[in-house]
Design a protein around this ligand. Structure first.
Ligand code: FAD
Length: 600
């Protein structure tokens, strides 16, 4: 087992040599920061993640939370880790100084949170959900709601949840049934049932703030009738002290494949006692508010998937250097010593694929986090708008690509371990089980594909797509070495074919039944995702080539050569796989659409 959660050298390369994160310190909001303060906070995250989170990752998986006498029993180590995260200021890390925050850029916060997920995704779920719920209140809540809940959530006294899903309404939130009835006091009585609510009950903090989607009686049908409510477990006074128990209760815990340390709950609202909820913002705008926060949550899911992939890669890399087995095909002497399995080309294939998927996914998510920084803090208003459009377009890819390829990396990590990988004595099977959630939650990858091809590509007369191509063009032109130029050419040719296919799909979408075009949305997501990640690898290869020209130590030379070889892997082994997508999309293949339920 390795201690390395994310390779710090790689992270520094991605943050500073590819993304120039240091330049953010020239912006007003981050002017009190420097590369040193960014590095110090990353160092703290890495340390706490190793000391407090990684230490009980396996124990919390084996000894998952239990429902005993109406309460949840959890390992004490989970609370110690949550408290350490909160005390180090990470819940409020990106917030203003006067809210107790550190005004850190999203890029740096994302990097920090990567260590916690890599160490222990189950325990990391509690503070991450709290930040997301607090963000909703900060942006859309009124002053009183902010004063009542925000300080306690940001300090780690309360946690937060996102309560959207109902037993009959997951992907289709338009169909939720939880209701909200106005009272004479100005609040609402909430009635209904939610399922799969992460962190919906726990024994970590004195209160839980649920952000609940519900429909006010008489609201319009569908998504236009959804409102957002704050529903605390305990009603509180102005200082956040509990006054009485609210009518939200734990109906049961759900037992999962992975992410076992995070409680997964079925919650009932208003069954045994009145359940009070406070409307956030305007009535019927709830889903819109949720979706404004979705970019952050979806980038977070992609990031989590990339770093769990990364963690499995780190484990299997170490194992492959130690495990002796067999000899090279060219070795004819049966008494020659056995070689470490990393000497076998097929094991290197599996390690290279993991490196390409996890470092490529990490690069994509850090790019997304940088777009968030640009959207909110760039000095030029036009650049802010452009970043917002790019992020909007790329969000389904940032969520879905790492969550498809992170578990694939973990699958390969198991294979590198051989039989040991299939046992619970080694850590990689847990990585795979944990990561398998990511294609499912925050909108399944099927829903992301529909969002990309059915909506995002065409939004604002495809302005986001044009901006994306302009950004890619800059990196295509920056490719100066022979090999980078060759890869840039492959990327540019594939991009042209993808644009052509996109145009023909666009025409069909407008003139024909959309069912046929959207039937192959997942192929489109794969095509688009692979093009974007190839671009991420070209950016890394360009930066590595530049650095190689001046590098002086063997370690550094090896690091950059590794980047270039992984880029080559992506361009030789992965990008060509989109040829199949291009054919299916061009022909608007109807194999899946035409298959009838009765024929199965
Ligand atoms: C461990 C875990 C934690 C979770 N945490 C939370 C949480 O904290 N809060 C919360 O609110 N929810 C949470 N969820 C719920 C999660 O967001 C939903 O499971 C997810 O949105 C899918 O909904 P569903 O399970 O009802 O599946 P369904 O919506 O029933 O989907 C089943 C399958 O059908 C496909 N499908 C559905 N509709 C379409 C369509 N229109 N076109 C094409 N394909 C379609 C889907 O892609 C999927 O493959 C969690 C789930 C899990 C498993």
């Amino acid at each position: 087992m390795t201690d390395t959660l994310i390779d710090r050298r790689d992270l520094a390369f991605q943050l500073y040599e590819v993304l120039d994160t240091e330049s953010l310190t020239e912006r007003e909001r981050f002017s009190e920061h420097s590369r040193d303060t960014f590095d110090a906070v990353v160092e703290t995250a890495d340390r706490i993640a190793r000391d407090k989170f990684a230490t009980h990752n396996s124990a919390a998986d084996k000894d998952e939370p239990k429902f005993v006498d109406g309460a949840v029993e959890m390992l004490p180590a989970v609370k110690e880790a949550f408290d350490a995260y909160a005390e180090a200021g990470f819940i409020a890390g990106r917030y203003d100084y006067d809210l107790g925050g550190m005004q850190l850029p999203e890029s740096v916060m994302a990097a920090c949170n990567g260590f916690f997920t890599a160490a222990n995704p189950g325990t990391a779920g509690y503070p991450f959900l709290t930040t997301a719920a607090a963000n909703l209140i900060r942006v859309f809540g009124n002053e009183q709601q902010q004063q009542t809940f925000l300080p306690h959530m940001l300090s780690g006294r309360f946690t937060g949840t996102m309560a959207l899903t109902e037993p009959h309404a997951g992907s289709s939130l338009a169909d939720i049934r939880t209701s909200a009835t106005p009272t004479d006091d100005g609040d609402y009585l909430i009635k209904g049932a939610k399922i799969y609510i992460s962190g919906g009950e726990q024994s970590l903090t004195e209160n839980i703030v649920h952000m609940v989607l519900a429909k006010i009686k008489g609201a319009p049908a569908g998504v236009k009738g959804i409102s957002l409510f704050i529903v605390p477990k305990f009603l509180v006074d102005e200082d956040g002290n509990a006054t009485e128990r609210n009518g939200v209760s734990l109906a049961g815990l759900i037992h999962k494949l992975g992410y076992r340390g995070t409680t997964s709950t079925a919650l009932s609202f208003g069954d045994d006692a009145p359940c009070h909820g406070y409307l956030v913002g305007e009535p019927h705008q709830g889903l819109k508010y949720m979706f404004q926060m979705m970019n952050e949550a979806r980038v977070g899911v992609g990031f989590g998937a990339a770093v769990i992939g990364y963690r499995g890669y780190m484990h299997s890399l170490e194992y492959a250097k130690d495990r002796l087995q067999g000899r090279k095909p060219s070795e004819k002497n049966p008494e020659a010593p056995q070689v470490p399995i990393i000497e076998h080309a097929d094991v290197r294939r599996m390690l290279l694929a993991q490196k390409a998927y996890s470092e490529g996914g990490l690069a994509l998510c850090l790019y997304g986090a940088r777009l968030m920084d640009d959207q909110h803090t760039h000095s030029d208003e036009q650049k802010r708008q452009e970043a917002a459009k790019l992020l909007d377009l790329l969000t389904p890819v940032i969520k879905a690509w790492p969550s498809e390829y992170g578990p694939k990396a973990n699958d390969l990590a198991i294979q590198v371990y051989g039989g040991a990988g299939y046992t619970r004595e080694y850590p990689v099977e847990q990585c795979w089980r944990d990561n398998r959630l990511n294609p499912i939650h925050e909108g399944t990858n099927g829903i992301q594909a529909l969002d990309l091809l059915g909506r995002k590509i065409w939004q604002d007369q495809s302005h986001g797509l044009q901006l994306l191509m302009q950004q890619m063009q800059l990196d295509l032109e920056a490719a100066t070495s022979d090999r980078c130029q060759q890869w840039a050419l492959s990327l540019s040719e594939t991009l042209q074919q993808a644009v052509k296919v996109t145009q023909s799909l666009g025409k069909s979408l407008m003139s024909e039944n959309p069912d046929r075009v959207l039937a192959n949305a997942s192929c489109y997501l794969h095509l688009f995702g692979h093009i974007i990640v190839s671009w991420m690898w070209l950016r890394q290869a360009n930066a590595a080539e530049k650095a190689l020209a001046t590098v002086s130590t063997d370690d550094e030379r090896n690091f950059y050569q590794g980047k270039i070889q992984a880029a080559q892997y992506f361009f030789h082994w992965e990008l060509p796989t989109v040829a199949q997508d291009l054919v299916l999309l061009k022909n608007q293949d109807d194999t899946c659409l035409a298959m009838k339920a009765e024929w199965f």
